[in-house]
Ligand binder design. Sequence first.
Ligand code: ADP
Ligand code: ZN
Length: 732
Amino acid sequence: MAGMNRIDAPIKNRVRVILLNAALGPLDYRVPEGMTVLPGSIVMAPLGPRKVPGVVWDADSFPVDEIDAKKLRPLLELRDVPPLSAPLRRLIEWTARYYFASPASVLRMVLSSGAAFADNRPITEYRLNGNAPARMTPQREQALEKLADVQGTVSELAFRADVSIAVIRGLEKAGALDSSQASPFADIARPDPDFAKVDLSDNQNTVSETLIQAVQDSVFQPYLLDGVTGSGKTEVYFEAVAEALRQDKQTLVLLPEIALTEPFLDRFKARFGTEPVAWHSGLKQSDRKRNWRALADGDAKVVVGARSALFLPYKNLGLIIVDEAHEVSFKQEDGVRYHARDVAVMRGLYEKIPIVLASATPAIESRHQVEQGNYELLELPARFGAATLPEIQALDLTQDIPARGSWLAPTLINALEENLGKGEQSLLFLNRRGFAPLTLCRTCGHRINCPNCTAWMVEHRLTKRLACHHCGHVMPQPEKCPECSDEDSLVACGPGVERICDEVKMLFPQARTAIVTSDTIWSPAKAGEFVAQMEAGAIDIVVGTQLVTKGYHFPNLTLVGVVDADIGLEGGDLRAAERSFQQISQVAGRAGRAEKPGHVYVQTRMPGAAVIQALIKGDRDGFYDAETESRRAAAAPPFSRLAAVIVSSEDNAEAIEAARLIGQTAPKIEGFAVYGPAPAPLAMLRGRHRHRLLIHAHRSVELQDIMHEWLEKLEWPRAVRVGVDVDPYSFV
Ligand code: ADP
Ligand code: ZN
């Protein structure tokens, strides 16, 4: 590995380049006369007849077949953007090797905006001007409906409206769109560290001083900021952000959901006088480019984003915050399967900066790192001010029995009624989108499955469709059984949020309800609308999935009902109990966040289960200790390491053969065990048959070295895909 501290010097003559093409390894090129390239320089290089983007790399990082200097082709172009820094290059190498990804696919995340390859000409953007086109078509109608308030390039508008580019061009010709020129560079206001300082409590102050000192010292150190919901974790880490601003350094704040960015922007603005720069998949392409450029140039001082913000080329990063750090959504499940919390710590290491993992319910893995002395623990044990933690009460569904066709226990219904009478807000939590998870034929017992996946089609009554939550396949609600053709025989089984909301409306016709799931809150703007409605008191009862469990702060929300606490425990995977505990603690944390106390009801058929008992007794440490011990006893992570190998193909026989080959060639090494192959629980996904192997290794074993050596020697047909999932969170 190349040294990390040296100042990069120009490379003469011959350079090694990683092209943005996952199928190719690094290639060598000649530096033409008059071009000055550095390690990390972003270039265009010839590849056959094409011109492809790439990044100049350290010559000693990857081995390549040396070719004769005379045969080298010259680089075509040097892009006018800052070169990627040495710490970022080391992070890219680490990520690629640790997660079994190609360096090119990691680089794609770094350069994802395309800003490095865009010319700096102004971008032409369009928006509706209110004129209706003379001739209307269904596509035009759809575009008019979906593009209200949207501004973007032609292709962005086509994407947002789900119509072809020709439809948008047609609308422009018909005079229904106005155009404007947008600058490729952003004009970014600087957050003011002293704009609206808050007086911290003594305890908050102690923690914030530690973090301020860490930012000043600028050395690598992970902190676990462990504090109950409402204890002021955000206020405290804002002080560290303020210090980074004073030092003229950049801060990255990672959030688990893009829906959380909108409330965060407002809160940040209240404290620092201006919004931070946002980074997530919901941004317009032109904003993405501008923001990328601004953070690469160092003009964007604070960036808040989803996990993909982790790989951006910050000019001068001084602090990383991972908020709600226990969230499983930090684990990316497709493409490069990385865990943003872990990569964030590695980025902190290479950048030599502090990193703060904030959570009310830390991951067992993070607590273990504290125990090992790798992370420093900072605690905020109490809620701020008068707010107290809500009381949690279990409702035993075998005793407190819901009426026929109902999902809510009488006690919970009474509590909802009472809360409604007081004019306070309530939240019902069920982590299931749609109306019902299964549609069944009463006559023949047929279950409606996805044609592409081993999964049930989920009924979405709001859109009158059945949808597969794995591949996105949708079909209209069938009128008769597709198997036996019996009419009126299909029944919806089990509840989703839509069904619970229907029940609420039947019980309380006067109540104003809202459903909060990724189907209804699919953009930060939608999240903003929801927050505004809650704050204005325009909603009485919210029914939501895990999307409502985190981040939000609604002072008038005083009652929370967990509709089915047992769902999470069914999966039986390694983290099932931990995840249930975290999820229910988080959703409970939404109640009683201000002067009014909160109350939480948890519906369960297993009131004696350890998780439920820990929740009602408020015995967090007891739960964590017991869970940690059971992991230790089972030699499960974090006391060992896991990796999954997933082999898939449209041809099942081919997939089986490749999976067997991998199994048969497994190295026999002490402390390294290979289980399988076996058909995956999700045996078919998007039309591909899937087989899995699971690797269990001692922490002392060099898992990556062994697995790279093992897998790199093997070959399989082109149509077979072999993916490695290191530190897996999903076992399907
Ligand atoms: P957490 O991030 O731990 O959930 P927050 O930082 O969101 O906690 O704080 C919870 C609420 O209490 C917020 O409304 C916050 O503004 C308020 N709060 C926390 N600490 C203070 C303080 N020192 N002064 C004023 N308000 C505070
Ligand atoms: Zn499917």
